[in-house]
Design a binder for this molecule. Sequence first.
Ligand SMILES: O=C(O)CCC(=O)C(=O)O
Length: 268
Amino acid sequence: MLTPEQKQQFDDQGYLVIDPQIDTAVIDGVVERIGNGLLLGDGPDQQRIADAWRRDAGARQIAKAPAVLAILEELYGRKPLPFQTLNFRVGTQQKEHSDTVHFNAAPAGYMCGVWVALEDIDENNGAVIYYPGSHKLREWNMADVFAEPDLGARRPKPLYPPLSPKALRHRLKGLGPLLDTTAEYTLYEEFIQRQLPKMGIPPALATIRKGQAFVWAANLLHGGSRRNDLSRTRHSQVSHYYFEGCKYHRPLLNSDGKTRYFKPDWVV
Ligand SMILES: O=C(O)CCC(=O)C(=O)O
């Protein structure tokens, strides 16, 4: 399905624009339900709609589009497994990051994002910004962030006092991290902002058309560009994929140095 040039481009540049072959009716249905507020998001402005696939067949179809699954299998040589969807009405203006700080695997790098444009995207409605080839840089993790003296000095204290091993196990099962990951992530974002000018890679914008998709490798630095026109929407769905036969973990939740594997909630 992919040409050798497309595979080479993904290897060299860490991204690929593809045709996910999703029916326009499916795309329009998701946009309409989101536009009508039938699918609500989290946060005060409800702009980020996590895991719409659970409630919405259209969002599920986008995450499991056969053409996308076939292309990812060609690129990675393993069966892709979608495990999260995020829908947005407007651009996120999210600071640059690598997904490897959120989701990684053993073996490393078996994770990717597929960002489907549910309307035309240009430089004014908050296109994804990315740094071609940055996926080849080392995977920066929280240890790198804390190694910067000023950022390390601002590292937040653990949220809980030392717990018994049993209480700790219980906590980790039910409530996730014992760490203030929101504050730690802010330090990570600052760290990445310092790396960007040093990399010597000019940023690019994923200005793709409605119905196209932008695939990025886990370690490609990317974010949401400025919304130059605040009156415009930017309907999009990003689905995140792991691959079969790996172990899965979330480095941000492991910033105390222990790798805790988890069982993702697969999109079914
Ligand atoms: O949609 C965007 O603006 C950015 C999305 C993103 O950075 C992500 O899903 O990791």
